[in-house]
Design a protein around this ligand. Structure first.
Ligand code: SAJ
Length: 431
């Protein structure tokens, strides 16, 4: 009888996706070595600690490191399965940069042996998995690679994008369905066997290019839908309508589900991935490109409206509520809220205070401004104007009685849908 040996796994890139992935694989009983170019990251993980914030990740990493199932290293080591989870940024022209992926493939090539599987998880433009395959073929002519070798390949190469939501990463890593795209059907089957070890969601196999496009399409879909909501808020502002009321009523239609307007789209995924599609098919993607422009433009709209409001009330103090890129997390990457608050702090100096329960100090963007970080209680005492930039639960919980005398620019609509809590002095600035 064949013994189902647990594969040794090497995860390249220990960021927001790579580290939780490495920890979950280690928990499933595979020995995992995680690779990162940053020595601090490697040392931190080897102490059983983490360098990023994510719900329940600290306890999980501490446990798998203590049990010697996970360790970190600067150098790629021989393994049975290699998972690539390195960044794929874009340049100033929105052209995707897959150099980190190809560097990872180069490092893997040096230790690769017959029977190994390589899985790319990084969000990537269509065709990247084939480029990984071509790189391996070039560096390791001794191995038969899939899609090129005439007979059965020595190794398997597949694409399997993550689709986890920051703040729910561990839960979604295990429970979400996965698309697994093989360079060949055999590659997909090999990768499927691996994911079945730790994924409870359904794993659906396809080809590598379809899986690559699927990931980009998911985030572009969300971006386009958020753009619709943001455009609606600007139209409503122009027409003197309350966008929250319009959306609330429209969403009573059984087939309408409009998303929430806000100060723009932040994070490292939704504002980036649609560009990968536009870059591949510029003449075929006017809608996706325009959605990006609408969402980026919303930040400027909010800055302009808030500026008018603050300038019209020159004696009043202002509280900017939230810096995070979305609710209930401490991630400020590409945050539109931070961009708005920073601009207002530079324009209005000491009149502006920042309220961010997820920060212990103000980020460097506020250097040179007189802005202070204050808590919610102080804000309710000191600030006459409140600009709600993030829908943190702690902000939503502020009752009307405590904010009834404030002038509010409710960019996130956090205080709109509380029955019986119609604002008294709330400025109907909602766009
Ligand atoms: N946002 C709005 N209005 C909304 C929804 C979101 O303004 O109605 C804003 C948020 O405030 C935030 C941005 O959009 O600034 C993105 O937030 P998000 O919660 O929509 O998504 P992310 O970036 O945290 O994670 C996304 C997810 N993709 C989809 O939901 C299609 C996640 O599943 C992906 O794994 C992740 O991108 C990724 O890594 O690609």
């Amino acid at each position: 009888m064949l013994v189902d040996k647990k594969p040794d796994v090497c995860v390249l890139g220990l960021g927001y996706i790579g580290l939780p992935t490495a920890a979950v694989i280690a928990r499933s009983g595979c020995r995992v070595v995680g690779i990162d170019v940053n020595r601090n990251v490697v040392d931190t993980i080897n102490r059983g600690e983490i360098h990023i914030e994510e719900v329940d990740l600290d306890g999980l990493v501490q446990g798998v490191v203590a049990r010697k199932m996970l360790r970190a290293s600067l150098c790629v080591e021989p393994s049975d399965v290699f998972v690539i989870a390195v960044p794929t940024p874009f340049d100033e022209n929105h052209a995707p940069d897959i150099s980190y992926v190809l560097d990872a493939a180069t490092n893997i090539a040096a230790v690769l042996k017959s029977g190994d599987t390589i899985i790319l998880e990084s969000t990537s433009p269509v065709g990247t998995t084939e480029k990984v395959r071509d790189m391996i073929a070039k560096l390791r002519p001794d191995l038969k690679v899939p899609g090129i070798a005439k007979d059965t390949a020595d190794i398997a190469i597949a694409y399997c994008p993550e689709r986890v939501l920051p703040g729910r990463i561990l839960e979604e890593l295990t429970n979400n369905d996965r698309s697994i795209g093989g360079i060949t059907p055999r590659c997909a089957r090999k990768a499927l066997t691996f994911y079945k070890r730790f994924v409870r969601g359904e794993c659906i196999t396809t080809d590598a290019r379809s899986a690559e496009m699927t990931k980009l399409v998911e985030n572009a879909f969300r971006d386009v839908n958020i753009a619709f909501a943001n455009e609606l808020s600007i139209i409503s502002d122009h027409m003197g309508l309350d966008v929250w009321e319009v959306i609330r009523l429209a969403n009573r239609h059984p087939r309408v589900n409009i998303l929430h307007p806000g100060p723009g789209v932040g994070g490292h995924c939704i504002a980036v991935d649609p560009w990968f599609i536009v870059h591949s098919a510029p003449d075929q993607s006017p809608l996706i490109r325009t959605a990006r422009t609408v969402n980026d433009g919303k930040v400027d709209h909010v800055i302009a409206r808030a500026t008018d409001m603050i300038a019209a009330n020159p004696t009043l103090k202002v509280g900017c509520m939230g810096l995070a890129f979305k609710a209930n997390i401490d991630d400020f990457r590409e945050s539109p809220a931070l961009k708005v608050a920073e601009q207002l702090a530079h324009k209005f100096g000491a009149r502006v205070s920042i309220i961010e329960p997820y920060a212990s100090s103000l980020p460097s963007e506020f250097d040179g401004t007189a802005a202070r970080l204050i808590d919610i209680d102080t804000a309710l005492l000191e600030c006459d104007i409140l600009v709600t930039l993030v829908d943190h639960d702690a902000f939503k919980a502020i009752p009307l009685a405590e904010r009834a005398d404030k002038i509010v620019y409710d960019v996130r609509g956090i205080w709109h849908d509380q029955p019986g809590q119609a604002p008294q002095r709330q400025l109907r600035l909602v766009g």
